[in-house]
Every structure is written in structure tokens, then in C-alpha cells.
Design a protein around this ligand. Structure first.
Ligand code: ZN
Ligand code: ZN
Length: 679
């Protein structure tokens, strides 16, 4: 009994001391109003998320230390303001920083329950606590500090300004600060659009986001919402009918956090670029509310992420990363701008941005650079090379005998067109031997490959490793009539503004002609179009994406890396699929990348007008006979006739020598025939 009395006395004394101190403080502050210069209000900072915009002006990602987005008082639904005031500080508009009535009531309550617990902090006091990062422990010293700062805040700012700051400052759970970010998080809509049901639920979260978040426990959040609505009725903000309606209203809570487009890889590029370009760039990014305008097309980006997600996960590695992994990057060949970027899937390794960091063997996807070199040196798509076991003596003193996949050979002559479409390795090896590996290196460099290239025969089969970004960049001249990207190559960031809209830096890609003859680009494209239809190695693509498009598959040794690099006139896209630890993908390796590419292209082109590759002037069409590689005659069988495109000067001029018109003496023609079939 004695003990109880003593505890009682302790609480009364402590509470009265507290109340007295606050009163003293108030009196002192009023007495000194005219004397104190208000520059003594300590400065505070309010970190703000930087926003990443897509090329259509929509926000596609945020970078933040705390997820926050400031809005003005007028952008908050009045119901939300009313709900928060009713719940947190009903006398907000009548007190001057400290709600003495509420305080007295709280002290009585504290004495009654013998706890020095809930001090009824006004909205202004809560704001002071947040703005100055006051320690959370409930000491009298801290309370006095908070009260003093609250009084100062009231002297400096209007009620509306205080409320606006408060609305932008409060923590609302799941790393989210301020009502705008929270409104997007819970209800995927701006705070201006919240209805009474949503507003009352959000207001209820303030007192304990870990307890009252509807994402944590919907039933508890719902009970809390009812309590908030009752408070609103009590203070006269709403009537009984409105409260009941709001209680019954169906609420849809967003189940997962607002999707971070690009799985963090886009933020990774932004972070890296700003770190390089701006002093203190990384910090500014997290706190300064920068606006980062990119060339990313949200529709293409969504298509890329969806397509990447469709690759089956075969294992999860030691770091919890799903395997195989993927890199997908898409470039608009008409501007050189990056439209989509997927650096991988899963969240375990966001630092490993596979579009630029996975340096892998492109396999046969490299072959177009070889065939471009051939066309440039006067060879034609119709020319034939025999696919048969061939051994090359290498400069290292060793020998090399390339074969097609599965140690097979076509055992017949293939036209260069066929060799590309069927991805014949022997023809590629014989061709690079003829042209010189250095010539192929030069072509690949000129088109935009920046990774080291080894001038050896096996370069034709893609043994020099490179990245998905390099491949997309180097295929771009094929899609746009021979123009290469210079300046801001492969970087989606176009412009960065500070919070006030001042441009911190601005850049864009430039396309310059001359790297590739538009006619060569067109012939190569025409060949690569055949890859997408049977019997081409990428034949699965045309059924999924039936628009005009061209591309090349690539599979490295033992099916460790699967590639598809292809393009339409409006989009170039490189897809790489492979295990981070370079494990074989299994027998289906080659088939993995093609459908990803095709599904991405289909969805990225949805709604766009159909576009054909533009044929440049100065090309010749000629129908040739495959037996003689000369101009077809009426006598040449239909299955041997083929219309091919030629650079001027390379078109055959003589008629077929195999299927000559039946001469007066028919016998010699039959005798010659077999000899002439092999060129
Ligand atoms: Zn072959
Ligand atoms: Zn013929």
C-alpha cells in the first residue's frame, strides 16, 4: 500500500513538473517574442526521392534514401487532412504549438494508469521531432526540447505550412515517408484522389505503421480505420452516415510494393552515370529530388521484363540468384536511344548488370560482321562454299578443324546466304580464312564493338567475348541504313534536372552515316530475315513476331551461352541467356534466347504501324540458277532458281551454262552436267 502511494506520488510530481515546465516555456517564449531573432530556428533538411522518367514523361523508377515525394497542401484530399487532424491533434487550429488541454488530459491519464507513456504530442511537436531527428526516448528533457521547437515552428510558419510539412514528413510504413508516397504504396493513387475510406485507413497508420499497416494485418488496420472514423464523427468532421458508408466501403490494398522498373538495373545505371558526371551525384540522387529523364520506353521496358521472366529457372545459386540469367537491351536504331534494359532477374545481385557486365562468347551471333566484310569485298550472297571437313594450319603451329554443331557437316556447297541462315561453321571458317581475321575485326570495330577482339580464324565463330550492349550497338547500323551511334552510346539518361528544374546536364546519342554502305546493310538484312523463317536457326521467331525483322542466333560451346540479336526498322534488341557461373544450359540452350527476343519484340511493337526495311537505290535483283550461279534460263528447274540481291558490278552477266537450251546434238550436255555442278 505504501509502495503504491509512493509510485502514485512519483507520477504526480513528475507530471506536474513536466506540465509546469511547458507552461514556463510558453510564458518565456511569449515574453521574448519581440526579442529573439528567429534565425535561431535550426535549419532542417528534408531528403527527397529522385525520379526517373520514361520517354513518355511517366515516372518509371525512384531513387531514395527514404521513399518520399513532396506535394503541396492543396494536393492532399481534404478527407485525409480531416482524418489526420481528428486522430492526431483535434485542436491543431486553436493551439500555438502545444495542446495544453490535450496535455493535461494525457497527464491525468498517465497518473491514472501509472505510466508515463503517451504524451499527447501535437502535430507541430511531431513535426519538430521529425525535422530535428530528436531521439525517440520519452525523457522530460527531450519533451521540453520538442515543445520549444514546436513553439518556434508555430512562430515561423502558418498552420497550413506546418500541416503541409507534416503531411510530407510522417512515416507511413514500409520505408515510405509522406502521404503521397504512402498513398501510392497502399492504394496506387495520388493523395489527392483518396476517398474517405482510404483516407481514414491511412490516417490510422500514423500512430504505428508496423502495427496498423493494412499490408501487415488488414483486420487490425480495418479496426483502426473504424476508430479514426468515430473520432471524425466526434470532432464533427463527418456525420454518422458518412462514417458508416466509409466503414462498409471495399478497400483494395496493393499487395506488393510499387514495382521498381528495371529490377534496380536502371537505377544502377543512373547511380553510376550521376556519380561520374556530378560532384556529390550519388548523394544528390538519394536526397535532392532530382528529375532524371531517360529514353526508356515504358511499354518496351515492361515487355522486356515480362519476356525475361518467362525463361524457366533451373537452379538457384549460392547467393539465391535464379539461374540461368538474362541480359536484354533494346535500342531505337533511328535515334540511337536505349528503349529497354534488363540487367538480370531476381534481386540478389543488382550490382552485376549483365547488359554491360556479362562478357560472354556471342557464338554465331557474331557472324554478320564476317558476312558484311565479305559483301564489302565484292563477294555475293549467291556465291557458294563447300561445307566439308577442312583443317587449317594456325600460326601457333597447331591445327584447327571446325565442324558444325554435333560434329556434322553439310557435305555440300552452300551459298553465303544459306550458310548464314543455317549457321554453317565450316563455311564461316573458310570465308574468314579467305578475307583475313583482321578485316573482320575492323568491320566489327567500325560498327561499334568495343570489347577486345582477337584476330584469329575462330573469331568467325564468335570466340571473342563481348556484351549484349555491344552487340545491340553494332547491329544498329544494319537496321538504320548504315549509321553508327556516337556520343552517349548505350546510355538511357538524356537529361538531369534539379528540384527547381535547372538542367544539370543534358546529352543525347548522335547517329553518323558512313560506317556501313546502306546497300550492304540492306543485303545483309535481307539474308538475316531468312534466319527467322524455316529452315533458319531462328525460325521460331517469325511465328511469334510476324513483322518484318532480321536477326541471328548464337550458341557458344557446350550450350553455355544462348544469344539472339535481331531488329526491325524501329527496334534493335540483343538477348543473352546464360548461367552466371558459366554452367551449360542444357540441350535447349540455343532455343532459349529466340522466343524471349520474339516475345519482347511482339509486345514492344504492339500498336505501332507496320514498317518495312527501306531499300536503298542502286541494288540489282537477278534470278540465278543455283547449279551454275549464272542467270537462270527458262530451262532451269524451278527448285534451282533463286532471286538474289546484288551490289552493282557483282551481278552475273552470263546465262546458265548448265541448263543450256537443248542443242541440236543433245548428248554432250548430259556428259558435262555433273562436272559443272560444283563450282
Ligand atoms: Zn556446314
Ligand atoms: Zn540452270
Amino acid at each position: 500500500m505504501l509502495k503504491t502511494v509512493m509510485i502514485m506520488r512519483f507520477f504526480v510530481v513528475k507530471s506536474l513538473f513536466y506540465l509546469g515546465s511547458i507552461f514556463m516555456l510558453a510564458i518565456v517564449s511569449i515574453l521574448f517574442t519581440g526579442l529573439i531573432t528567429f534565425s535561431i530556428l535550426p535549419p532542417f533538411v528534408q531528403p527527397e526521392a529522385s525520379l526517373i522518367y520514361g520517354n513518355d514523361g511517366t515516372i518509371i523508377a525512384k531513387i531514395f534514401a527514404e521513399n518520399r515525394e513532396s506535394i503541396s497542401y492543396n494536393q492532399v484530399a481534404p478527407d485525409l487532412v480531416a482524418a489526420i487532424i481528428a486522430t492526431e491533434d483535434a485542436r491543431f487550429y486553436s493551439h500555438r504549438g502545444i495542446d495544453f488541454i490535450g496535455l493535461l488530459r494525457a497527464i491525468i491519464e498517465n497518473i491514472r494508469t501509472r505510466r508515463f507513456a503517451q504524451g499527447a504530442s501535437s502535430i507541430t511537436q511531431q513535426l519538430a521531432r521529425n525535422l530535428y531527428n530528436l531521439p525517440m526516448e520519452k525523457t522530460i528533457r527531450r519533451k521540453l526540447q520538442e515543445a520549444w521547437l514546436a513553439i518556434l515552428l508555430e512562430r515561423h510558419f502558418s498552420k497550413e505550412e506546418i500541416l503541409e510539412r507534416y503531411l510530407n514528413e510522417i512515416y507511413l510504413g514500409h520505408g515510405t515517408y509522406g502521404v503521397e508516397a504512402a498513398s501510392q504504396l497502399y492504394f496506387t493513387k495520388p493523395a489527392s484522389d483518396l476517398n474517405l475510406a482510404e483516407a481514414s485507413m491511412l490516417a490510422g497508420i500514423i500512430r504505428g505503421p508496423e502495427i496498423y499497416s493494412p499490408r501487415v494485418n488488414f483486420e487490425r488496420a480495418k479496426t483502426r480505420q473504424s476508430w479514426v472514423l468515430e473520432r471524425m464523427v466526434t470532432v464533427g468532421a463527418i456525420n454518422r452516415e458518412q462514417a458508416d458508408q466509409a466503414k462498409d466501403a471495399q478497400l483494395t490494398i496493393a499487395a506488393t510494393p510499387t514495382k521498381q522498373t528495371g529490377g534496380g538495373y536502371l537505377r544502377d545505371i543512373v547511380q553510376k552515370t550521376l556519380g561520374e558526371r556530378l560532384e556529390d551525384g550519388a548523394t544528390m540522387l538519394a536526397t535532392a529530388g532530382l528529375k532524371i529523364h531517360t529514353s526508356i520506353d515504358p511499354q518496351a521496358q515492361a515487355a522486356a521484363e515480362a519476356a525475361a521472366a518467362r525463361i524457366p529457372v533451373t537452379r538457384t545459386d549460392a547467393r539465391g540468384t535464379p539461374q540461368p540469367q538474362i541480359a536484354l537491351v533494346a535500342i531505337d536504331p533511328q535515334t540511337g536511344e536505349v528503349r529497354a534494359w534488363v540487367g538480370g532477374r531476381g534481386t540478389a545481385t543488382p550490382q552485376f548488370n549483365r547488359v554491360v557486365d556479362a562478357v560472354r562468347s556471342p557464338g554465331s551471333a557474331f557472324k554478320p560482321f564476317l558476312y558484311i566484310t565479305a559483301l564489302e569485298q565484292g563477294l555475293t550472297a549467291a556465291m557458294q562454299i563447300e561445307c566439308e571437313p577442312t583443317t587449317f594450319a594456325l600460326s601457333t603451329g597447331t591445327e584447327w578443324t571446325p565442324s558444325d554443331f554435333g560434329t556434322k557437316y553439310h557435305e555440300r556447297p552452300l551459298s553465303l546466304r544459306e550458310a548464314v541462315v543455317l549457321s554453317c561453321n565450316v563455311v564461316a571458317a573458310r570465308l574468314i580464312d579467305q578475307l583475313s581475321p583482321q578485316a573482320v575485326v575492323n568491320t566489327a570495330r567500325r560498327l561499334g564493338i568495343q570489347t577486345p577482339l582477337n584476330p584469329v580464324l575462330s573469331l568467325a565463330l564468335g570466340t571473342s567475348e563481348t556484351t549484349a550492349l555491344n552487340m545491340a550497338i553494332a547491329f544498329t547500323p544494319l537496321a538504320n541504313g548504315g549509321r553508327t551511334i556516337t556520343q552517349n552510346v548505350g546510355n538511357p539518361i538524356l537529361r538531369v534536372e534539379d528540384k527547381q528544374g535547372r538542367v544539370l546536364f543534358e546529352t543525347k546519342p548522335l547517329l553518323i552515316p558512313g560506317a556501313l554502305d546502306p546497300r550492304v546493310a540492306y543485303i545483309m538484312t535481307d539474308i538475316l530475315r531468312d534466319v527467322l523463317t524455316p529452315p533458319g536457326t531462328g525460325q521460331r521467331a517469325s511465328t511469334i513476331f510476324p513483322r518484318p525483322a532480321a536477326g541471328k542466333t548464337g550458341t557458344s560451346e557446350d550450350y553455355r551461352d544462348a544469344w539472339f540479336v535481331g531488329y526491325s526498322p524501329t527496334l534493335v534488341c540483343a538477348v543473352y541467356v546464360g548461367d552466371d557461373e558459366n554452367l551449360p544450359l542444357g540441350g535447349t540452350g540455343g532455343g532459349l534466347a529466340t522466343p524471349v527476343w520474339a516475345e519482347f519484340m511482339r509486345d514492344a511493337h504492339a500498336g505501332l504501324p507496320l514498317q518495312n526495311f527501306v531499300r536503298p537505290v542502286g541494288l540489282d535483283d537477278a534470278t540465278i540458277c543455283q547449279s551454275s550461279l549464272l542467270l537462270a534460263r527458262a530451262e532451269c528447274p524451278a527448285e534451282l532458281r533463286r532471286t538474289e540481291i546484288f551490289m552493282p558490278g557483282t551481278t552475273p552477266t552470263e546465262d546458265c551454262s548448265v541448263h543450256a537450251p537443248i542443242p541440236l546434238f543433245p548428248w554432250p550436255w548430259n556428259w558435262f552436267r555433273n562436272d559443272q555442278e560444283t563450282p
